[in-house]
Design a protein around this ligand. Structure first.
Ligand code: SAM
Length: 162
C-alpha cells in the first residue's frame, strides 16, 4: 500500500521487481489518473496496481497490507485528531508483522509542503506517535533532493506492527 503515492514511480518500481499485489491510494484523481495512464501505456504484460482515489482519513481499509508506505503524506495532518485518525487507519489496514515505512519533513524542514502547512517530526516524536502499535526497526535522517533541485530534510522510520 502506497498511501499518497500520487504520480510517484514507487508502484512502477515494485511491479518491475515483480511484486504482484500493489495498491496506490491518493486524494488526487489527477495524480492517480496520471500514474494509471503511465501503467496502461507501458502495459504489455505488466501487473496493474489497484488504484484508489480517497482521503485516507475517511477511507476504511478493506483488507490488511503487508507493507504500508507513506512518503510526505502524514506530515499534512497537523491536528492531534487527524494524526490519531491516521494511526487508526494504519492499524485497520495492517496486521501483526506488517511493515510501516513513513517519511515526513524533519524539524529542520520547510514549514509548508505543496502550499499547505505541515507538522515536522523527529525520529523519536514520530516513533512515539505510532508506539502503541509499532516498534522501530530503523530510522534515518535524509536530505531529499526534489525534482526542482531543492533539498528538504526528511525523517524516515521503518516500523513493524507488534
Ligand atoms: C508531497 S506529495 C508526495 C507524493 C509521493 N508520496 C512522493 O513521495 O513522491 C503528497 C501526496 O499526498 C496526497 N495526499 C494529501 N493528503 C491526502 C489525504 N488526506 N489522503 C490521501 N492522499 C493525500 C497528495 O494528493 C499528494 O499526491
Amino acid at each position: 500500500m502506497d498511501v499518497g503515492g500520487g504520480s510517484s514511480r514507487l508502484a512502477d518500481e515494485l511491479v518491475n521487481r515483480v511484486y504482484e499485489d500493489v495498491t496506490v491510494l491518493d486524494l488526487s484523481r489527477v495524480a492517480v489518473d496520471e500514474a494509471r495512464a503511465r501503467f496502461v501505456t507501458n502495459a504489455a504484460e505488466r501487473i496493474q496496481p489497484t488504484w484508489v482515489v480517497a482521503d485516507i482519513l475517511s477511507w476504511d481499509p478493506p483488507r490488511q497490507y503487508a507493507l504500508w508506505h507513506d512518503r510526505a503524506v502524514f506530515h499534512f495532518f497537523i491536528t492531534d485528531a487527524d494524526q490519531r485518525t491516521y494511526v487508526e487507519k494504519v492499524v485497520a489496514g495492517t496486521s501483526r508483522g506488517s511493515h510501516l515505512v513513513i517519511a515526513t519533513f524533519s524539524p529542520g524542514g520547510p514549514e509548508m509542503c505543496s502550499g499547505l502547512p505541515v507538522a515536522k517530526w523527529s525520529k523519536d516524536g514520530l516513533a512515539q506517535r505510532f508506539a502503541e502499535h509499532f516498534s522501530v526497526v530503523d530510522a534515518l535522517e535524509q536530505e531529499h533532493t526534489t525534482p526542482s533541485g531543492a533539498t528538504q530534510p526528511f525523517t524516515w522510520l521503518h516500523m513493524v506492527r507488534h
